[in-house]
Write a protein of this length. Structure first.
Length: 387
């Protein structure tokens, strides 16, 4: 049974892997599928994570959804020995210094602080892509050129909630990126510090919220792209992997338009597409991550639609109104909050999953399930507000 959120768990308890992130459920599910005993640290310690991991420690939350470095280091010192591999999920995009501290104390399996700094600093990243001849949008520290549509982004931001259209950035810590028309696609890949191996492509979309028009909505896959484009992306990501020493599972966000493509962002960690790709015919992805961090690069073929490959979709459901979780959520939901959890309007409630014979069917099922939750929790929110 999982430990309680602050229950002591000694390093000698025999965990195979330590998982850390804002929400560690996806990593915990991957660990379970790989047959690994996991100790998970995250901000929610939700019911799914408790069921999947062999131990769970709930971390203190700072403003928004941010990890508290002091609390994280304190809890790790209490519960984790120096030899258990530590896998980092979301929450470290703007904290290469913290990643460096963790790597000095524990056996971090994944890309190091130097790689993170080069990939998540937009100016260093753009220079690197230019040096490697990888197409990418232009970025600016001040007002965009006349006639150019641009997006304002926060340095180190993730999830899309920080992205807005703007003509100039608001100040320090923000920048402008050229807005490119096209289809938003993500590619899941492995890196061993020298080369990359593409695993699967997915499409992704936004779920606009108040003051967050580009908030992350979800993903679906696998999708199939033209072979020429696949080879171009594979070559680019191999060059990038070798340049920064990227290791383990990672994802790259692309914009496709009329046969051309641009690389928008690279996340050097396991991410949201675990929900759609950590299933047959692919082997357990966390096991692949650990093996690749050790230097291997398995000769896996690219996952594409076809016989024996189920289309999968996963979306974040955001609270339509302030609510208190009371009733059990359906079985097709993940990241389910514990009963009594208070959730503000616009905050993420859970992840909704769906499958289908193809992407269109999977997304249609997902949309129906989202609508079902919206009606159910909207009613619950109004009832809670009336009390």
């Amino acid at each position: 049974m999982p430990s309680s959120s602050r229950a002591p768990s000694r390093p000698e308890d025999g965990f195979d892997v330590v998982l850390i992130g804002i929400a560690a459920r996806g990593l915990a599910a991957s660990a379970r599928r790989a047959g690994l005993r996991a100790l998970a640290f995250d901000l929610f310690a939700d019911e799914d994570t408790r069921a999947l991991a062999h131990g769970v420690v709930r971390l203190r939350r700072k403003q928004g959804f941010a990890l508290d470095p002091d609390d994280l280091l304190e809890q790790l010192a209490r519960h984790v020995g120096p030899d258990t591999p530590v896998v980092l999920g979301t929450g470290f995009e703007d904290a290469p210094g913290l990643v460096a501290r963790l790597a000095g104390l524990f056996r971090v399996a994944g890309s190091g602080a130097a790689a993170l700094a080069r990939l998540k600093d937009p100016f260093a990243f753009a220079r690197l892509l230019g040096d490697l001849d990888i197409p990418h949008p232009r970025i600016f520290t001040d007002r965009a050129p006349a006639g150019m549509h641009a997006l304002e982004k926060r340095i180190g931001g993730s999830g899309g909630g920080h992205v807005r259209r703007a003509a100039e950035p608001r100040g320090e810590g923000w920048y402008l990126q050229e807005f490119l028309e096209g289809h938003s696609v993500s590619v899941l890949f492995l890196g061993n510090g020298r080369a990359a191996r593409l695993l699967a492509f997915s499409e992704q979309w936004c779920d606009p919220g108040e003051d967050a028009p580009f908030r992350y909505g979800g993903c679906a896959g696998p999708i199939q792209l033209e072979e020429t484009l696949v080879q171009q992306v594979a070559g680019a990501l191999s060059r990038l992997t070798g340049a920064v020493g990227l290791k383990g599972l990672a994802s790259a966000d692309l914009i496709l338009h009329e046969g051309s493509w641009h690389l928008i962002e690279v996340n050097p960690r396991p991410g949201a597409t675990l929900d759609i790709f950590d299933a047959p015919p692919l082997p357990p992805l966390l096991r692949l991550h650990l093996d690749t961090c050790a230097g291997g690069l398995p000769p896996l073929p690219l996952l594409v639609p076809g016989a024996g490959v189920e289309a999968r979709a996963a979306g974040v459901f955001y609270a339509p109104a302030a609510t208190v979780m009371r009733d059990a959520l359906p079985g097709w939901v993940a990241d389910r909050p514990a009963p009594g959890t208070r959730i503000a309007a616009g905050e993420p409630v859970c992840t909704v999953r769906a499958t289908g014979r193809d992407i269109a069917e999977a997304r249609a099922v997902l949309a129906r399930r989202m609508n079902h939750l919206s009606r159910a929790l909207g009613t619950a929110g109004r009832a809670a507000a009336a009390e």
